[in-house]
Design a protein around this ligand. Structure first.
Ligand SMILES: [Zn+2]
Length: 311
């Protein structure tokens, strides 16, 4: 063996240790955008309303037709504003193609839309619900398209897609009345049941910039490191590798209950909690940026951080 062939053999051996990432099926941003519009077409998904019921049946039918196992958690919340019980339902779609004993990863988004328009251009209409195209429907749309991908080609891992209800219920500053679905989910005893969690919220803005969210950095920085590294590898330049904003969202109850979870959110959205949070402010490309990064992670178990979270 010459020095040259020995050198080439060594390179080959090294190359075989660090195999190229598996290519997932292509995440279709246009299809995800159709899912976003469909959700909005029912009307505001305000808990307890007919639109909310219809949208939930749409989810059940969608996941069921793909062959995922669909489960739900129904509960009530005593609403101090109306002094009545409000029904809430978390929807869970399960995919299993990994080891039987391997804890799944949790991918979450909230499916409710806000019952009030805090920043309505007409101040007499702040009690009207919003469409929540970006604030709600965008995250679920990405999870729905990911469900279609794993149904098409099994990634060899276990995944729970969790649609949380009642994330956006409270009035400003009434923190106790937000995150109702994820708090209920966390109360069921989830410690050790998931490898990690990723929550997506407000990721459909056509003018997208996603920064590292600050609670997420505390909960599980190695997971954020992986996400931004893979976003760079895929050339998704709307992922900006800097921290910005500390956001109260569904990743808080999950992380506090022992499932280290990060939040992907684009909080620079001028239509937030206005009557203008409508599909035309969102784009298929924005959904595809987030979807492609998540698909890459789902299909490449070897990329997941081994370092445990600090929780
Ligand atoms: Zn909101």
């Amino acid at each position: 063996m010459t020095f040259r062939t020995a050198f080439l053999s060594l390179l080959f051996a090294l190359g075989s240790c660090t195999s190229a990432p598996t290519e997932p099926p292509e995440f279709d941003g246009n299809r995800a955008y159709e899912y976003l519009k469909k959700q909005v077409s029912f009307g505001p998904r305000m808990p307890g309303t007919e639109a909310w019921r219809q949208c939930r049946s749409y989810y059940y039918h969608f996941f069921d037709s793909l062959g995922l196992a669909v489960d739900s958690q129904s509960f009530h919340f005593y609403d101090p504003y109306s002094r009545a019980d409000v029904p809430l339902v978390n929807v869970i779609a399960r995919h299993r193609s990994g080891d039987e004993d391997a804890p799944p990863i949790l991918l979450g988004a909230h499916w409710d839309s806000r019952p009030r328009t805090d920043f309505h251009s007409d101040s007499t209409r702040i009690d009207e619900p919003i469409d929540g195209a970006n604030d709600g429907a965008s995250g679920v749309a990405v999870l729905m398209e990911l469900a279609a991908l794993v149904a098409q080609q099994a990634p060899g891992v276990n995944i729970d897609l969790v649609l949380f209800d009642g994330e956006d219920w409270g009035k400003p500053r009434d923190i106790d009345y937000y995150l109702l679905g994820s708090k209920h989910f966390a109360r069921q005893g989830i410690r050790g049941k998931y490898k990690f969690g990723i929550v997506v919220d407000m990721i459909g803005d056509a003018d997208q910039q996603i920064y590292r969210e600050m609670y997420s950095e505390q909960f599980y920085k190695p997971l954020n490191d992986m996400i931004w590294r893979e976003a760079v590898a895929l050339g998704r330049t709307t992922f900006i590798d800097m921290t910005k904003y500390r956001v109260i969202d569904d990743h808080l109850p999950l992380s506090t209950a022992g499932v280290p979870t990060v939040l992907l959110i684009d909080f620079d959205y001028p239509y937030w909690h206005t009557e203008n949070d409508t599909p035309d402010k969102c784009s298929p490309e924005a959904l595809a940026n987030v979807g492609a990064v998540l698909a890459r992670i789902i299909y490449n178990r070897s990329l997941w951080p081994e370092k445990p979270s600090q929780l």
